[in-house]
Ligand binder design. Structure first.
Ligand code: NAD
Length: 301
């Protein structure tokens, strides 16, 4: 049997549509739309592509987007000063710090300089702490919130469900665990130290995978009928029927984007599954917009 596809694009469109009224209210009150400032301190091509897609998403939603570019050799002091400047600028509602940062600049130190009320990625200790206490957790890490919203969109009842999260990073795996437990799901977290991941995943009614390892989870790891949320984004070569890389017109390896779940085997066992691309990715962007609007609403009263 083939699993139902959980359509991330459809959920993202729904989240964006729900924001329109709040964006209009902010414009009516302040005379300008909510504004997201995105700090790019790298010439990394991936980060540039990501910024362009953020700019487009903001523009489509009616959110102002300022790309603040600093050179690759920016020092920690210079970056800290720029974050402080954006933090103090009343026209900026949200600050996003693009990774990677220059060598020698501590990402955690820089993240903590973002005022929590402008931390639209939900990565400061203050916002992660609010998630533990549950009430008032407005700015939740975008990808973790996306995984949670997709579970609900798929129609799953989290309360009482056996859930497994594979991955324990501070901005994806752990916050997903927190969101599930806050809703009274029973949650196991597997990670690089887990002795037998399959022993856990094969009992999960809801399985969230965020490891950054293509094909880590196959159909054999999944309980029949389970809901599977694949957070992974991995670029891998396209292979021909002999297992050899397919080359593009420039003679380079043709690449494709896959998740952490081996889709072909998983789709035969799961009850519902997110595709990659088209699952968690678009919802993550929609949550970033939602966090920006939430931040602007809180700042404008
Ligand atoms: P990370 O590298 O910080 O963490 C990886 C986690 O996976 C760790 O907790 C590690 O213990 C666990 N892990 C690694 N190998 C494992 C194994 N063999 N068995 C069990 N656990 C294992 O990564 P991250 O930032 O949490 O991102 C995870 C994935 O999600 C990546 O593929 C990343 O590209 C993707 N991601 C997607 C989005 C999105 O919008 N869809 C956003 C952020 C990250």
């Amino acid at each position: 049997m083939s699993a139902k596809l959980i359509d991330g694009e459809a959920l993202a469109a729904q989240i964006r549509a729900d924001l329109a009224k709040d964006i209009e209210a902010i414009k009516a009150k302040t005379g300008s739309p909510p504004k997201l400032a995105s700090l790019l301190v790298t010439s990394n091509p991936g980060a540039r592509i990501y910024s362009r897609s953020q700019a487009k998403s903001c523009q489509e939603a009616g959110i102002a987007y300022d790309l603040v570019e600093l050179p690759d050799d920016t020092t920690a002091d210079a970056l800290a000063a720029k974050i402080d400047e954006l933090g103090a600028d009343p026209s900026v509602n949200g600050i996003l710090l693009q990774m990677p940062l220059p060598e020698g600049v501590n990402a955690r130190d820089m993240a903590e300089r973002i005022p929590p009320e402008k931390d639209v990625e939900g990565i400061t200790a203050a916002n992660l702490g609010k998630l533990l206490f549950y009430e008032g957790a407005e700015l939740i890490p975008c990808t973790a919130a996306a995984a949670y919203e997709l579970i609900k969109f798929a129609g799953c009842e989290i309360k009482g469900a056996e859930c497994v999260v594979v991955g324990h990073s501070p901005i994806v795996g752990k916050p997903v665990v927190c969101l599930i437990v806050n809703d009274l799901g029973t949650c196991t977290c597997c990670h690089i130290g887990t002795r037998d991941t399959k022993a856990h995943t094969s009992k999960a009614e809801i399985l969230v995978v965020a490891a950054g390892v293509p094909g880590l989870i196959t159909g054999e790891h999944i309980m029949p009928g389970a809901t599977v949320i694949d957070v992974g984004i991995n670029r891998v070569p396209v292979l021909d029927e002999n297992g050899e890389p397919v080359l593009n017109e420039k003679g380079r390896k043709k690449m494709k984007t896959v998740g952490d779940v081996d889709f072909d085997s998983a789709v035969e066992v799961a009850g519902a599954i997110t595709p990659v691309p088209g699952g968690v990715g678009p919802v993550t962007v929609a949550i970033l917009l939602r966090n920006t609007v939430r931040a602007a609403l809180a700042q404008t009263g």
